[in-house]
Unconditional design. Structure first.
Length: 419
């Protein structure tokens, strides 16, 4: 049985290609059923995110074309249209890839933790769909355990390496807990969405999102228990904001010095933490001169991020070492599976011999043969039946020069030759 990972990600395909092979959650059950119905495919898990789509399978043979063809067919793509973007890993390489993905080593942002949660969700969907059995179940349980070990034993996720996360982490350093703070986010793009998510995860007391399109602000804020406003309402809400983070595509300032001064008076000069992630800036440069304002721009955060990235890269080296050890551990376990059919057959053979001898012993008891004599005969017959074929075959092998089998028997049964 072979492990296979077939997929595309942010390093092998542009976003327009990745978008064509995304599996919506409501389609996964049907997709898993179809995938495991392919000849030679026994188990399957589908991991599908904005940055990657990966099919984890167990196969009888290394036949990849049927899986690739199915992926194209499922998404109504021309056969072969994904060939330039697909990567395939098998067996040990597949295990190594799964561990690297779960640890965030294969992510666009090195060490990001979200992918582990996405893998766990994909595994649970496959488990519920019945497309997972022994090998795939063991792979994913091992993967989750190793990812946890890497998070615990290295600093892979200790330092923020995105401007959104860095901004929130800086706010936490200033305020400590954010439970009593109000955050005003200006803009509604990807950076602001990510910032809102981080703030929400940290339990920020109130989140307000301001955007030129109010409907978009309302829709985004609803995901984080906040509310949306228009840009023209900022001055009315600025006095309540302890944290202001802005990232718009505006060509001019959104917040000027006069607006901020008025807000500070309304706050009775309680300090405000501001981060301007926009280029060109959303917040006028002279706002930084105000005594009660702590203003950072994207360049300030980039310096922090570069240092943090170096720290993560060092941690990634440690993580790779852990992964190599764990790949070996998993491979050892999979190799042991090869003995299972033989062991099962040997046990069934021994049980059949035992039943044969026991049936004859019961017949002797029914005829009135003394129990002691029956037990002695049963024991002798069982020993003879269990040792006859191995003895004949071993003599024949040694006579033919196969002394290796003799050594194997000594190891298997812990036998030491008598002198």
């Amino acid at each position: 049985m072979h492990l296979t990972v077939l997929g595309i990600n942010h390093t092998t395909a542009p976003v327009e290609v990745r978008g064509k092979v995304v599996f919506p959650p409501e389609q996964l059950d049907n997709a898993l059923t179809e995938l495991t119905a392919l000849e030679g495919v026994y188990e399957a898990v589908i991991l599908s995110t904005c940055n990657r789509t990966e099919l984890y399978c167990t196969q009888k043979d290394r036949e990849f074309d049927p899986i690739t063809d199915w992926l194209c067919q499922f998404h109504n793509l021309c056969q072969g249209s994904l060939n330039d973007h697909i990567y395939i890993h098998t067996d040990e390489a597949a295990v190594r890839h799964a561990l690297r993905v779960a640890a965030g080593l294969d992510s666009m942002i090195l060490g990001e933790p979200q992918i582990l949660g996405q893998m766990k969700a994909s595994y649970q969907i496959a488990l519920d769909a019945g497309s997972i059995h022994t090998l795939m179940n063991r792979l994913f349980q091992h993967t989750f355990s190793v990812a946890k070990q890497i998070r615990t034993d290295t600093a892979i996720g200790a330092s923020p390496v995105s401007v959104a996360f860095a901004a929130v982490r800086l706010a936490m350093q200033i305020f400590g807990s954010l439970e009593k703070q109000t955050a005003l986010l200006i803009g509604a793009g990807e950076t602001i969405e990510l910032t809102a998510r981080h703030l929400h995860e940290q339990g920020t007391g109130k989140i307000i999102i301001a955007n030129r399109t109010v409907e978009r602000a309302h829709d985004l804020a609803a995901h984080f228990d906040g509310y949306g406003i228009g840009l023209d309402e900022i001055s009315a809400h600025l006095p309540e904001a302890d944290i202001v983070i802005s990232s718009t595509g505006s060509t001019g300032s959104i917040l000027d010095r006069e607006t901020v001064v008025t807000a500070l008076k309304g706050r009775r000069h309680r300090p405000v933490f501001m981060v301007d992630l926009a280029v060109p800036p959303d917040i006028a440069a002279d706002v930084a001169e105000l005594d009660d304002v702590y203003l950072y721009n994207v360049d300030d955060l980039k310096l922090v991020i570069e240092e943090n990235l170096r720290s993560r890269q060092e941690a990634a080296k440690q993580a790779e070492e852990i992964i190599e050890v764990q790949v070996t551990h998993f491979s050892t376990w999979t190799q042991s599976l090869e003995a299972v059919p033989t062991l099962r057959a040997y046990r069934e053979h021994a049980q059949a011999l035992g039943k044969e001898v026991l049936d004859k012993a019961n017949q002797q008891l029914d005829k009135g043969t003394p129990p002691k004599e029956v037990v002695e005969t049963l024991t002798r017959n069982l020993i003879n039946k269990l040792t006859h074929d191995p003895s004949v075959n071993l003599r024949s092998a040694v006579a033919g020069g196969n002394t290796g089998l003799l050594d194997a028997v000594r190891t298997l049964f812990h036998i030491k030759d008598k002198k």
